[in-house]
Design a protein around this ligand. Structure first.
Ligand code: PGA
Length: 244
């Protein structure tokens, strides 16, 4: 880490009902240390409850996806205005599960990023390579394309990048601190100098309380995007403490 404020976000994925969310978020909000920025990315159905339970605390509430259009005939979708209306602070975009299972493209992400920025939502944009791409030596090419094609540099003021090597997500196989740092440094270098110094880049992929300190000690790792370990308050708070 550097002069940049650490940022740790939990990605709940499709976990926790609205009923489970209230007490969980209230507990988390009450136990947050001063220092790092902390967010939870929760299912749409939990957003209102999470905002209510986090009110008056530092904890920020993010959605896990958003449609790029302001409104219209898009059955089952949610717009930026709908998120803002609930008091949501930001949105996670481009998670590999969205790219892999729901066909999310960099072109669609460019539109989503622009819509979120215009609406005033902060964004965590997830990027990362598959195991096959890493083995083929394509990691840098993939990361460069994901950053360039989503137009990330044009929306940097509201943006955090999450580097999530897909082979490390939910597998217990964390990238080594050196390998993660190398990717983070590469991603940072994709941005113009004035952005590159300030943009925060989280690491995601099996980050846990025991490996978080070493990862977070790397100069270009500014926080974490935490899946599994964010579903349990003690584990998530232990990672937040490591970033403090
Ligand atoms: P994980 O998930 O921490 O369970 O590996 C990270 C993510 O997918 O954001």
């Amino acid at each position: 880490m550097s002069g940049r404020r650490p940022f740790v976000a939990g990605n709940w994925k499709m976990h926790k009902t609205a009923g489970e969310t209230g007490p969980f978020v209230a507990d988390l909000a009450a136990r947050l240390p001063d220092g790092p920025e902390v967010a939870v990315c929760v299912p749409f159905t939990s957003l209102a409850e999470a905002v209510r339970a986090a009110a008056g605390s530092q904890l920020r509430v993010y959605a896990q996806n958003m449609h790029q259009a302001a409104q219209g005939a898009f059955t089952g979708e949610i717009s930026a205005a709908m998120l803002l209306d609930l008091g949501v602070h930001g949105v996670l975009l481009g998670h590999s599960e969205r790219r892999q299972y729901f066909g999310e493209t960099d072109a669609a992400l460019a539109e989503k990023l622009a819509a979120a920025d215009a609406a005033g939502l902060d964004v965590i944009l997830a990027v990362g390579e598959t195991e096959q791409q890493r083995e083929a030596g394509e990691t840098e090419q993939v990361l460069a394309r994901q950053i360039a094609d989503s137009g990330a540099a044009s929306h940097a003021a509201r943006l955090t990048i999450a580097y999530e090597p897909i082979w490390a997500i939910g597998t217990g196989r964390t990238a080594t601190p050196a390998l993660a740092e190398e990717a983070h440094r590469f991603i940072r270098g994709r941005f113009p100098a004035e952005i590159s110094e300030v943009i925060r880049i989280q690491y995601g992929g099996s980050m846990k309380p025991d490996n978080a300190p070493e990862l977070l000690a790397q100069p270009d790792i500014d926080g974490g995007l935490i899946g599994g370990a964010s579903l349990e308050a003690d584990a998530f708070l232990a990672i937040v403490a490591a970033a403090t």
